[in-house]
Design a binder for this molecule. Structure first.
Ligand SMILES: Cc1cc2nc3c(=O)[nH]c(=O)nc-3n(C[C@H](O)[C@H](O)[C@H](O)COP(=O)(O)OP(=O)(O)OC[C@H]3O[C@@H](n4cnc5c(N)ncnc54)[C@H](O)[C@@H]3O)c2cc1C
Length: 455
C-alpha cells in the first residue's frame, strides 16, 4: 500500500486534490455506456488528483509517484467510453487540463499542450486561417492529449480518415515514468507509440498536429423516405470528390426521435442524414439529396452553433453522441462499433438491418479507411445480456462486418492492439519500467522487479 501522505509531502507546491467527491468524479468516464463495463468498473477510484500546470510539474509529479511506487492515470476531459481513464489500481489521477496553452503554428502544423480542448485549438487555429482536420464529437469537452491517447476518429474522417492514417499526427512529447523522468519528443511514425495507448507509454505533454485550411462549415439535416435511400445518398456523397465535406452520418428511425432540439423537425418515421458541407458544396449537395428524394429539414452554421452553450452543432448528434442522446431518454440499450466492407457496403448494411431487426438500430458514419470510402457504425443495441451481445458480435464477423468491441477496457482486447508496432512492450519497458502508468490497461506488460532495476 503506497504511503499517500509521504507522496503528498513530496509533491511540494504542485496543486493536488483529495476531496473524495472530486476524486470519485475524476475517476469516472463514460464506461457506463456498456452494462458490462459498468459492472466491472463502477466504484473503482483513485486516491488523489494531481493537477500540473507545466511540463516541469509533470516531471516532478511523476518523479514523486515513481519514488513512492504510486500508480498514475492521466486524464483529460474524461469522455472516454471504455473506462480508459478509470484508475483501476487506484493511486494518482494526473489531470492535464491545466496545461492548455497554444504553442506554435507553422507550415500548417500546430503545437499545443496536451490538456487543451479540441474546441480551444480549433478556435485558435481558425483565427489564423486553419482548422483541425479531425475532432471527436466531444470536441467541446475532450482534450487533444485524450483524443490521441484514447480516441482517434470522428468529424473530418470522411475527408481525412482516422488519426492513425499516415500524416494525421506529426508528433507528441511524452514524459516518462523512469526514476528520473524526462521528456522525449516522438516524431512521425514514432508517435504511434503514444497513439491510442491509454497513457500507458508516457504522459503526453504536447501534441503536434497537422491542420487543414479553415472552412465555414454548414450543418444540414436531410430526411429520407427510407433507410435505403438515405444510405445510397450517403455513399454517393462520400464519393463526390467535388464537394468539400466534414461529416455524413446516417441515422435510422427511431433514433432521430431522441435528438433533443432536432426531434421536432424530423418527420415521423424518416431516417435522417446529418452532413457538414462547405458553402461551395451546398448546391451540389442539395441536387444529390433531391436525386435520392431527400428533404433538407434543418440547416445552420456549425461553428456559430458550437460557440453557444444552448445550441447544438449537428456533429453532437453524430458519432457516439447518437448513443448518448438515446441513453439519456431510453433504458435497456447499449451499442456496438462496426466497420462495413467497402466493396459490399450497401448490401451488408441491408443484411445487418434484416438480421437484427427489432434488436439493433443503425447509425453509420461515412469515412475513409486507408483511402477507401466506407461506413463505420455505432448501432444502438437492445441489451439482452452479455451472451446475446457475444452472439451478435460473432454473427457480424461471420457476415464480414468488422467489430471493435466497446465492452472491454484493456488494450489487448481492443481492436487496435494487433495493429500497433510490435515493439510497444519494449518501448513501455524503456519509459515505464515499473508499469505505473494506467496499470491494468496493458495487461501483457510484465513490470521489472526491484532487483532488476537496482542491478
Ligand atoms: C458522447 C461521446 C461521443 C464520443 N465521440 C467520439 C468520437 O467522435 N471520436 C472518438 O475518437 N472518440 C469519441 N468518444 C470517446 C472520447 O470522447 C474520445 O476518446 C476523446 O477524444 C477523449 O478525450 P478526453 O480528453 O476526454 O480523454 P480522457 O477520457 O480523459 O482520456 C482518454 C484516455 O487517454 C488517456 N489520457 C488522457 N490524457 C492523456 C495525456 N495527456 N497523456 C497520456 N494519456 C492521456 C487517459 O488515461 C485515457 O486512457 C466519444 C465519447 C462520448 C462519451
Amino acid at each position: 500500500m503506497p504511503d499517500l501522505d509521504a507522496l503528498l509531502a513530496d509533491l511540494g507546491g504542485i496543486e493536488t486534490e483529495t476531496d473524495p467527491v472530486v476524486v470519485r468524479l475524476k475517476s469516472r468516464d463514460f464506461f457506463w455506456f456498456s452494462p458490462i463495463l459498468k459492472a466491472e468498473l463502477e466504484g473503482r477510484r483513485g486516491d488523489l488528483v494531481i493537477r500540473p500546470r507545466a511540463e516541469d510539474e509533470v516531471l516532478a509529479a511523476l518523479g514523486a509517484c515513481v519514488r513512492h511506487r504510486v500508480p498514475v492515470t492521466p486524464r483529460g476531459g474524461g469522455t472516454g467510453n471504455y473506462g480508459q481513464a478509470v484508475p483501476v489500481a487506484g493511486g494518482a489521477i494526473l489531470d492535464l487540463t491545466g496545461m492548455d496553452r497554444m504553442l506554435a503554428l507553422e507550415n500548417g502544423i500546430a503545437e499545443v499542450e496536451a490538456g487543451a480542448t479540441l474546441l480551444q485549438i480549433d478556435a485558435w487555429a481558425r483565427g489564423l486561417g486553419w482548422e483541425l482536420r479531425l475532432w471527436p464529437s466531444t470536441k467541446r469537452m475532450a482534450t487533444i492529449g485524450g483524443f490521441v491517447a484514447g480516441g482517434g476518429a470522428g468529424v473530418g474522417g470522411i475527408a481525412w480518415g482516422t488519426l492513425r492514417e499516415r500524416g494525421n499526427l506529426a508528433g507528441v512529447t511524452i514524459a516518462t515514468a523512469e526514476a528520473s523522468p524526462r521528456l522525449i519528443a516522438l516524431e512521425g511514425r514514432e508517435a504511434a507509440q503514444a497513439n491510442h495507448a491509454f497513457g500507458t507509454t508516457g504522459i503526453i505533454t504536447r501534441v503536434r498536429i497537422p491542420l487543414a485550411p479553415a472552412v465555414a462549415w454548414r450543418d444540414l439535416a436531410i430526411a429520407f423516405p427510407d433507410f435505403d435511400r438515405a444510405a445510397r445518398f450517403a455513399a454517393a456523397f462520400g464519393l463526390a470528390d467535388g464537394i468539400a465535406k466534414k461529416l455524413c452520418s446516417v441515422i435510422d428511425w427511431p433514433l432521430p426521435s431522441y435528438f433533443k432540439g432536432l426531434e421536432e423537425v424530423v418527420p415521423e418515421g424518416r431516417p435522417l442524414v446529418l452532413a457538414m458541407v462547405s458553402p461551395s458544396g451546398l448546391a451540389a449537395t442539395r441536387d444529390l439529396a433531391d436525386e435520392h428524394d431527400g428533404t433538407i429539414v434543418a440547416e445552420q452554421e456549425t461553428i456559430a452553433a458550437e460557440q453557444h452553450h444552448d445550441r447544438t452543432p449537428f456533429y453532437e448528434y453524430a458519432w457516439n453522441h447518437t448513443t448518448l442522446h438515446v441513453l439519456k431518454r431510453a433504458k435497456g440499450v447499449t451499442y456496438l462499433q462496426l466497420l462495413f466492407p467497402p466493396d459490399r457496403l450497401l448490401e451488408s448494411l441491408a443484411a445487418f438491418r434484416d438480421r437484427f431487426a427489432g434488436e439493433a438500430w443503425l447509425h453509420t458514419e461515412v469515412g475513409r479507411f486507408s483511402g477507401r470510402v466506407t461506413m463505420s457504425a455505432l448501432p444502438v443495441v437492445r441489451w439482452q445480456g452479455a451472451e446475446r451481445l457475444a452472439e451478435m458480435i460473432a454473427t457480424c464477423e461471420a457476415m464480414g462486418i468488422q467489430v471493435a468491441n466497446p465492452h472491454v477496457y484493456t488494450l489487448e482486447e481492443g481492436a487496435r492492439w494487433k495493429l500497433v508496432a510490435a515493439d510497444r512492450l519494449a518501448f513501455k519497458r524503456r519509459v515505464d519500467p515499473w508499469g505505473l502508468l494506467n496499470p491494468g490497461k496493458m495487461t501483457s506488460y510484465v513490470p521489472v522487479s526491484e532487483d532488476e532495476v537496482a542491478g
